[in-house]
Design a protein around this ligand. Structure first.
Ligand code: AKG
Length: 279
């Protein structure tokens, strides 16, 4: 059978007429992003300080803490850790962290266009919590390592992250490991950073939530992302009502799944999902 044309050209073409693929805004390119990207690729993580003001951190705290009640249901979630799920349905206060241009700019350099938000949580590690088990976040895509990351994660410090209160524990350069290597106590660092900073790491980088042996909790916001062709962890299309999606920025709408990965992934009745919001 003769196949006409080049399938790759076809796959890369934006076939949508009314809703063209969003083009990255100018602030998703800069020498700072290039510098952060170099660290990310060599160490598997990068810490960026001063992205949120104290007043933004305070708003997140006063909005999210009252929404958090139950603790983790197992050791991995943390029996002394509060977790807020389905956050985008409950508040708009962490939207600007999910579509922050400094992080989207990093993902423009590492993922194919149309990458997605995979899940969002607010995590409050309470005093007395043990260290979480080491893991890497895209391990559920069971493709042998070493391999390029299929996901990435941000953990935003809403409280100062200290040696004592459960700063995320990260294993530098572990994104390069094969499937056999495991963290050892001397291979790790703690992401000690002031409130308003973010640690961004690859889906292949080993890490864990830290032990909290301080007297006060450690509040964080996390957003995870994935390549457009991998399944999202959170089912945003079921969680978010159309009225909620209409309140999101164009970038965040695309990130939760109101987007097309060329030529057809994400379609609704053969059309762009954004058409649903017009109905
Ligand atoms: O809270 C943290 O610092 C890390 C949490 C984490 O990695 C997880 O819950 O999977």
């Amino acid at each position: 059978m003769k196949i006409e044309g080049n399938i790759k050209d076809y796959s890369d073409r934006d076939l949508a007429k009314k809703f063209k693929q969003l083009q990255p805004s100018a602030d998703r390119k800069s020498t700072l992003i290039d510098r952060d990207f170099k660290s990310l690729m060599s160490d598997g993580y990068v810490i960026i300080k001063g992205l949120l003001t104290p007043s933004q951190c305070n708003d997140i705290k006063t909005t999210c803490l009252p929404l958090m009640s139950h603790k983790g249901r197992n050791e991995f979630e943390g029996e002394r850790t509060q977790r807020l799920y389905n956050v985008l349905a409950k508040t708009r206060c962490i939207d600007s962290l999910a579509d922050h241009p400094r992080l989207l700019g990093l993902m423009d350099l590492m993922f194919r266009p149309n990458f997605l938000l995979s899940q969002s949580q607010v995590i409050n590690i309470l005093p007395g919590e043990k260290q979480q088990a080491y893991h890497y976040d895209d391990s559920f895509y069971q493709i042998p390592r070493p391999r390029p990351p299929l996901g990435a994660a941000s953990i935003w410090a809403i409280d100062d992250f200290t040696e004592e209160n459960g700063a995320t524990v990260v294993v530098p350069a572990s994104h390069k490991w094969d499937g056999q290597q495991r963290p050892t106590p001397d291979s790790v660092i703690k992401a000690v950073m002031p409130a308003g900073s973010v640690i961004f790491f690859l889906g292949t980088t080993w890490h864990s939530g830290g032990e909290n042996h301080a007297k006060s909790p450690r509040l964080a916001v996390t957003h995870q992302y994935c390549e457009a062709f991998m399944r999202q962890q959170e089912n945003y299309l079921l969680e978010l009502k159309k009225e909620t999606v209409k309140k999101l920025s164009p970038e965040l709408r695309a990130l939760v799944g109101y987007s097309i990965h060329s030529p057809f992934m994400g379609m609704v009745n053969g059309q762009h999902p954004l058409r649903l919001l017009d109905e």
